[in-house]
Design a protein around this ligand. Structure first.
Ligand SMILES: Nc1ncnc2c1ncn2[C@@H]1O[C@H](COP(=O)(O)OP(=O)(O)OP(=O)(O)O)[C@@H](O)[C@H]1O
Ligand SMILES: [Mg+2]
Length: 234
């Protein structure tokens, strides 16, 4: 079933010449999609359109038929994004407050917020950190905190932007476990990564971007030849 539809999406930054040019893409419910491409090819910029952080100049993104352009707030609720820079995502003084922030904004009952925060912290292994100061966590812990914050909002779509950067081996394994859990939960997962080899076996499809355009889209085996340019051997 069609979940995300990107239709003729065009967007240019005013500051430079980069442009996402007439992007079309359909992602089905429950799919795990990888976004590959060189630095500056437009992966982050494209993904930021899906939850309405950027609004296209032309074209639109639809989530279950709902226009993101016309329903930015709803889009934020439906699609949660975990940024590459975990520091930028911290909004709460303590770990608990940080994870509670999203559900509070959704105007959920206090009792249910508490439940959601506990569940989310458990899922990322941060239960013991509940009362710690968010800013004092390590880089890897902050990444897990960001994931917990998104999980607590229970979005249908989860977007990861370079989730493996700056993580040690254990941290990487924990993220992979998270992804496997989300796949089991039938979430639609989008991930921009340079570390394709870590997750390609779980992915349904991959998108390759180059200079603001999609140059390949298909199952990893369908586009395996094109994936070799990223050091991937399938
Ligand atoms: N906020 C911004 N303002 C102006 N230009 C930007 C902004 N964000 C990104 N760009 C430019 O848009 C282009 C695409 O950047 P983007 O971050 O989407 O690439 P990317 O594929 O995610 O790269 P990376 O692999 O390095 O994360 C780059 O040329 C970048 O300089
Ligand atoms: Mg990026």
């Amino acid at each position: 079933m069609e979940h995300i539809k990107i239709e003729n999406l065009t967007y240019a930054f005013k500051e430079n010449r980069f442009k996402l040019n007439k992007i079309n893409l359909v992602i089905n419910k429950g799919e795990f999609i990888l976004f590959a491409g060189k630095n500056g090819s437009g992966k982050t910029t494209l993904l930021r359109h899906i939850n309405g952080l950027i609004i296209p100049d032309k074209g639109d993104v639809y989530i279950s038929g709902i226009s993101v352009k016309k329903n930015r707030k709803k889009a934020r609720k439906l699609a949660g994004m975990i940024f590459q820079d975990a520091d930028a995502q911290i909004v709460g003084e303590t770990v608990y407050e940080d994870v509670a922030f999203g559900p509070e904004n959704l105007k959920i009952k206090r009792k249910d917020i508490n439940q959601r925060v506990k569940e989310a912290l458990k899922a990322v292994g941060l239960t013991e950190f509940e009362h710690k100061t968010s800013y004092n966590l390590s880089g890897g812990e902050k990444r897990r905190l960001a994931i917990a914050g998104i999980l607590a909002m229970k979005p249908e779509i989860i977007i990861f932007d370079e989730p493996f950067s700056n993580l040690d081996y254990d941290g990487i394994l924990q993220i992979i476990e998270q992804i496997k859990f989300l796949i089991k939960e039938k979430k639609t997962i989008l991930m921009a990564t340079h570390d394709l080899e870590k997750v390609v076996r779980y992915a349904d499809k991959a998108v390759i971007m180059d200079n603001g355009k999609i140059t390949a889209f298909g199952t990893p085996s369908e586009i395996s030849e094109k994936l070799t340019q990223f050091g991937l051997v399938i």
